[in-house]
Design a protein around this ligand. Structure first.
Ligand code: NAD
Ligand code: IPM
Ligand code: MN
Length: 354
């Protein structure tokens, strides 16, 4: 039978709580299938830093990279913790993994599940996917400050955009659009960020000429936040820069029933490095340890992971179970584990092999 090596990084805050439920569902869906997940757990995050002073060592990175795929909960310590003053877990761990493993596609689907309690009065159908660039933009850490901490400080954070980096993620986004409703929206801020925005626009237009059946449009990022609230049904595939994609996908999570439902994949489509699946949300220190976190986003990330691994039937069963559970929720409080149990119980039977 097929053996898949899975690196599990539960992380901080609610990370371990939601990862436990994701693993529960993964174990249940693979119980009598021909595939085995061989798991290695990595203790990384603020807790590890406080214990050892390490964020992500070269050995950690090499060990993680030797796996087929990665599941991550969330990382980030309690805000204001003085012991974390010199740490940057987000850059030193999460972004280091995304960059080192060349996760140039940050895939963030948004669907309003039937019965999900979204905040919009009349949302219509919402079903789009944000293809967020994952290795460039203002995230690269290209910057610095001088006269730091003085009234004369100057701080720069330079956005790095390469033609190579944009073209590959744009091509991926067009391929998604071809499989979906054949509509692609570039979101940027070309009216102000003329250099990077201009290049994004030119590359999208060039690749569009190879996809005459895909309708292409454009929205400035500020206007895109309006449409995400007033008419989210207009979106099918959104392709955008790293920072815009980060912001838009928290908003997208909110309009589709809450950040506790939003799943994501950090994907290296070339398969050179393992891809990493994680909820869009963070470590939520405000509710950590209370079993109030919704593990659906982490479980949805399992569905994305299974799809990525070519386990389409298992992925479909997890998605069906999430849909069934959401439709059955009545708004009464449940613990993280109760939601995980409910989704595991809702898994439909495997499709018999033909
Ligand atoms: P957050 O996503 O952790 O929390 C924002 C709000 O959403 C909070 O009110 C939280 O209670 C709520 N929330 C988040 N996940 C939820 C869930 N599953 N169920 C119910 N409610 C949920 O964002 P933040 O507070 O800005 O960040 C906290 C820490 O997490 C920071 O250190 C940040 O850098 C880090 N972070 C990490 C990741 C990641 O590991 N991928 C992502 C985002 C933020
Ligand atoms: C996310 C997070 C990360 C990001 C942070 C924690 C580095 O907000 O996964 O959305 O900005 O990408
Ligand atoms: Mn984010």
């Amino acid at each position: 039978s097929r053996v898949i090596k899975l690196a599990v990084i539960p992380g901080d805050g609610i990370g371990p709580e939601v990862v436990a439920e994701a693993e529960k569902v993964l174990d249940a869906v693979t119980r009598d299938s021909g595939v085995t997940f061989e798991k290695t757990r990595f203790s990384l995050g603020a807790a590890r830093y406080l214990e050892t002073g390490d964020t992500l060592t070269d050995d950690d990175l090499a060990a993680i990279a030797s796996h087929d795929v990665i599941l991550l909960g969330a990382v980030g310590g309690v805000p204001g913790d003085p012991r974390l003053k010199d740490a940057n877990i987000e850059r030193g761990l999460l972004l280091k993994l995304r960059f080192a493993l060349d996760h140039y596609v940050n895939l963030r689907p948004s669907r309003l599940y039937p019965g999900a309690p979204g905040p919009l009065a009349d949302p219509g159908e919402i079903d789009f996917v944000v293809v967020r660039e994952g290795t460039e933009g203002p995230y690269v850490g290209n910057g610095g400050s001088i006269r730091t901490g003085t009234p004369h400080e100057v701080a720069n954070e330079t956005s790095v955009n390469t033609a190579y980096g944009i073209e590959r993620v744009v091509r991926y986004a067009f391929a998604q659009a071809e499989k979906r409703r054949k509509k692609l929206t570039l979101v940027h801020k070309t009216n102000v960020l003329v250099h990077a925005g201009g290049m994004w626009k030119r590359i999208v237009d060039a690749v569009a000429s190879e996809h005459p059946d895909v309708t292409v449009d454009y929205a400035h990022v500020d206007a895109a936040t309006i449409y995400l609230v007033t008419n989210p049904g207009r979106f099918d595939v959104i392709v955008t820069d790293n920072l815009f994609g980060d912001i838009l996908t928290d908003l997208a999570g909110a309009v589709t029933g809450g950040i506790g439902l939003a799943a994501s994949g950090n994907i290296n489509p070339d398969g050179v490095f393992p891809s990493m699946f994680e909820p869009v949300h963070g470590s939520a220190p405000d509710i950590a340890g209370t079993q109030q976190a919704d593990p659906t986003a982490a479980i949805g990330s399992i569905a994305l992971m299974l799809d990525h691994l070519g386990l389409a039937d298992e992925a479909r069963r997890v998605t069906r179970a999430i849909e069934a559970d959401i439709a059955a929720r009545d708004g009464s409080a449940r613990t993280t584990a109760q939601t995980g149990d409910a989704i595991a119980r809702a898994l439909p039977a495997a499709t018999p092999a033909a």
